[in-house]
Design a protein around this ligand. Structure first.
Ligand code: SF4
Length: 162
């Protein structure tokens, strides 16, 4: 059976980001995979009950998603609210869906404290990037799912078959 691909809902044009926007990615492979029924779309944060819009949230400086999963870091909203448990639940939901539907790959938007895989923001809410993965991306990777960012779609095409 051809492997399925878990994909961030905001990349597929759903207006589910914290700011109420989408960030659609246009690529012929995405159209093809959708027609072939290979895409499994999820917004991890919404699946954990987070509203749209919602306050921006970031992981602390020098920390990343794996630290959140191990209990060594928290995820805080811009006004200080602790949303760590929701972010952990979001990641668990994404992993459960990936397993249930047979996803070997994930295509997730970079920069998000959930879906980021190459970089995230550093907890200062001043658009400062730091290398690292968000909570969902970290959990998927730890469980053997190959995670690609939106900037790596060509690599995903090569790996998953365009
Ligand atoms: Fe997009 Fe992921 Fe954030 Fe949902 S959690 S809005 S899918 S980046």
């Amino acid at each position: 059976m051809t492997a399925k691909i878990l994909v961030s809902a905001c990349l597929m044009g759903h207006a589910v980001r914290y700011d109420g926007q989408a960030k659609p990615l246009v690529h012929p492979a995405l159209d093809r995979w959708r027609k072939e029924g290979r895409l499994v779309t999820i917004c991890p944060e919404m699946s954990a009950g987070m509203p749209v819009p919602r306050l921006p949230a970031e992981i602390a400086k020098g920390k990343a998603g794996a630290d959140v999963l191990s209990g060594a870091a928290r995820v805080l909203e811009s006004q200080g609210g602790d949303v760590t448990d929701s972010f952990r639940q979001a990641a668990e939901n994404a992993l459960a869906l990936a397993r249930k539907t047979g996803c070997s790959y994930a295509l997730l938007i970079d920069g998000s404290p959930s879906c980021g895989s190459g970089f995230i923001y550093d907890g200062s809410f001043s658009r400062q990037r730091q290398p690292g993965a968000g909570v969902t991306a970290a959990l998927l990777k730890a469980n053997g799912i190959q995670v690609f960012s939106d900037r790596q779609i060509e690599e995903l095409v090569a790996a998953a078959g365009g």
